[in-house]
Design a protein around this ligand. Sequence first.
Ligand SMILES: [Fe+2]
Length: 467
Amino acid sequence: MTQPFPDNTFLSGPMAPSGIECDAPDLVVEGELPVDLQGVYFRNGPDPLYPPRKGEQYHWFHGDGMIQRFEFRGGRVAWRNRWVRTEKYELERAAGESLFGVLGNPMTADPSVADKHYNTANTHVIYHGNRLLALMEGTIAVELEADSLATVGNFDFGGKIDGPITAHPKFDHQTGEMVFFGNQAKGQFSEFLRLNVADRDGNLTKNEMIQGPFPSFAHDFFVTEKHVVFPIYPLVFNFERAIEGGVPMAWEPDRGAHLGVMPRDGTANDIRWFDMEARWSFHMVNAWDEDGGIKVDICASNATQFAPMLDGTMASESDGLSPHLRRWTIDLKGNTDAVGEEILDDMACEFPRTDDRFMTRSHRHAYLVGSEQKQLLFNRLIHYDMLTGARKVWGDGRYMLGEPILAPCSSTSDEGDGFLLNLAFDTTTGVNDLLVFDASDIEAGPVARARLPVRIPSGFHGTWVGA
Ligand SMILES: [Fe+2]
């Protein structure tokens, strides 16, 4: 029998667990679903089956991965959700309680899972090489059946990758390639990253080990038509500090941030490092080659409270905690190792996406969620037109539950010609809606709202797979 969930920010309000798997064949829709909207929207996020082990503080990143699947066809939308049957999920479900420590902490785990695999598969869900894959960055991918969402099992690229895979692979829609990396690729606390490329069928074609300046928390990276960039931020892992009872990860701004640039057809020997003052970022918008250099649009902040500093205190608001849309410039022609930075807006933002077809190439449109209160409760949907500099914002008090996704009208339509999808939570009614906007005019409000019959928790990342 499962126990009540404890009082915790990450277990209440928009983040409260659902505890349920559903099949809703035809959701109630307010407004009109566009006839051009044909395909499937997949979204991943944490939805813990059990409360944390006794005495443990739950963390948002720890919940079991739950895939939401919305299929749009003929002006209707069907919804299905399923937990990813990871080894963790199966073991805990059989036991009827949490066995793993929060975030895989071995010190608080049940002895029965000492040699078992900690995988929540809760961060992103991608579709590549005719495979639907659930990802978390700490370990390998889990394959799911795309219609039923039944778990197929761990996917290791034909036995070639048994280590961590980023939750943020990049897709080159010209070549069909998926470019991805693994952080701490030579074991926990190691400063090595592994770069991989899979061709359009999912066959591994590149496997390169890269040594970073220090072991860091690297959630995302940048890929252009010609380059890969590894961002190393000063959220630093330290094994010696951890075994002496200190924090395993600390914010060490004095170490600065470092961007390692490697040609996509090059090797680790070709990496050139560029430096900047301490920065932190979970997610970038997109990166591209321009004028003999690299441009990166990114949600970045000057500091983070994701880990304490070396003296045990947290970085303060005056250190610059709010992520803003910025443009970084790497000059590959000049003799400078400095990174240029331009702050493009002062609205706090996160979960940035583009029209995925333009990933690795220059883009015009960026879609994000934001907050005017400079805090990470996102109640705004934002569209930036990078060509004109125009910003459009929509909000009616609902919380945005993760990132917006652009569903193009068709595979050949112009960039941004399509619909923006985002799940939202109404705090007054406790209801979740899947909102559908005309991506060119989000300020007009959603053209349709598909009502979920039960509420689901806030989540992270998703993918549109056109019909
Ligand atoms: Fe992410």
